[in-house]
Design a protein around this ligand. Sequence first.
Ligand code: ADP
Length: 678
Amino acid sequence: MSESRPLRSLLIANRGEIACRVARTARAMGIRTIAVYSEADADAPHVRACDEAWPVGPAPAAESYLVVDRILDIAKRSGADAVHPGYGFLSENAGFAKACAAAGIIFVGPPATAIEAMGSKAGAKALMEKAGVPLVPGYHGADQDDGTLADAARAIGFPVLLKASAGGGGKGMRVVRSDDELLAAIGAAKREGKSSFGDDRLIVEKYLERPRHVEVQVFADSHGHTVHLFERDCSAQRRHQKVLEEAPGPGIDAGTRARLGKAAVDAATAVGYVGAGTVEFIMDESGSFHFMEMNTRLQVEHPVTELITGLDLVEMQLRVARGEPLPFAQDDLSITGHAVEVRLYAEDPNRDFLPQTGHLEHLHLPDTLPGIRIDSGVVQGGAVSIHYDPMIAKVIAHGPDRAAALTRLASALGEVRVVGVTTNAGFLKRLVEHPGVMGGAFDTGLIAREIDVLCPPPEPPPTGIVALIAFAELQAEAETARRRASETGDPHSPWARSDGWRLNDQAYQDLVLIDGEIRIPVRAMPLPDGVRVTCAGETVSVTGTRAPDGTLDARIDGIRRSAHVMISGARRVVFTEGRSWVVTLEDPLAVTDDAEEIGGALTAPMPAKVTAVHVQVGDPVTRGAPLVVLEAMKMEHTITAPADGTVATLPVGEGDLVEEGAVLVSLDLAASDRTGNT
Ligand code: ADP
């Protein structure tokens, strides 16, 4: 029996949402929190979430968050009583757990021996077999001869699954359906294991068709008590990686729940487990379940268990780590309602889920909706960098029953607004609303089978959406005009006029929106309180206002629709009715090549402000050189030299307001030929 130890300060050896999540609970418990941050994370939310923050090295995790000695050194110098590793990074590194113990620092996790015991899939299965935990039929022996592995596969019967014993994250797995492919697959799986995990040992399992992934949250204290906190279902997967997780498992009856719980507690007890852990099972179509592996840390999906049990798992981890006994017995625990989580990623579902990086110009996560919890580690203005996992947030819904939780989650996903990186929000919403998921009887192959429904090709925006963009354009320009007028202090300036598109007495404005390969010509006629838009033979009127944050208070042909139109450089992003559209506004000034026809004089194609002048009279310039920069319609346009030449006249200066057709700069093209020849 271990006695209680002081835990007044905690180093959080992680970043992103999990570091913020751990800090939230630790601070609520009055524990001093210490963050570590890489060079890429100096201003990251997890740094601000903690009482103090220490630099840990360059951006790549291998040179910062994964360097055991550096983390330990910071733990010692900052006076941390304990280290919480989060998930990923050092969380399942037995060497790190040992090094913490040796330095007299509490590792918030299981003993190193339990991490080691569960670290290899082969070793874990051997142990579980002894403990009487049901296993997937398979081979996990030490003899790794190709012939032995092949014989084991034949004895199990095809299809079989080859797994790297040291594997994780869905990597290093191969399905083999017949004897013909077997030897080649064994060779390839060994090579994959070697290159990904530095270990070519394999295990062979019966490959279950249409299985479910059901896992059990366990908790053990250091006084010999172990309980389970019920199951989670994580069957909605893509390439063996979890996409949606929920608790309790749909369709799991009380008897199955009790058997799952017992098997998980037996598994944990067999390795002398302490703290939070997850025992993963695979369930076949008959409802029988088999041990797959144990994750000896807090899982990404732990919030769904928190929501149905009302417990704070991080608080329990910290209490157990400081030697307290679990404050309840198994029978004290019960399930309230249903919870579902999805992982919002910066990735492009239409390009095979390619991870995206970029600047989060705008980020709205619906964290005030009833029953919705958002766990996020990024903020507007931050970045999704190439160095780390591109997760933006976990969106988690709780409701009185499964249907209510899914409905809340779908609504919340419809309110996610991200500008700057492409996300999987639309894909997740379609997944949550998919009849297979709503029905609850789906298996791990659902996403792959339904991928065409879940990731439809993007559609061009309908006229109503185009009209919202044109309306936003008009409003944004009016706003710019008002701002300019107040800057110049001249109320009679033409810039003070808010009906910006009428500056040249034009009755209409033509815009071109670009959607991929498609050009969408739009004619917009200003109305006293909005715009009438004609596009693809349809005419739609939009009236109302647009707030500077992009929120529209607008009516389309009289019907009010809640919508946001965000302006990001040349891109226009519309969010409405739970969907989004992204188009590019064609730059009407990108036509400098015409300049040569008018004798080298470059004119302003529309009213604009000169924001920069890069040349002086007499300067030689080469084709493509930037000469003058204009700003119009909140966009910058660089006027470049259409050919080699010398600047002959320059009638404008920085800060000038110019009308359409005004000469900005003229080039002496012949002079250039002469200088070019000497
Ligand atoms: P990793 O450690 O790489 O995440 P797991 O062993 O946890 O690998 O398996 C990941 C996923 O692969 C599971 O959730 C399940 O969908 C699938 N899987 C694993 N074992 C089997 C099996 N024997 N039959 C069918 N699918 C399996």
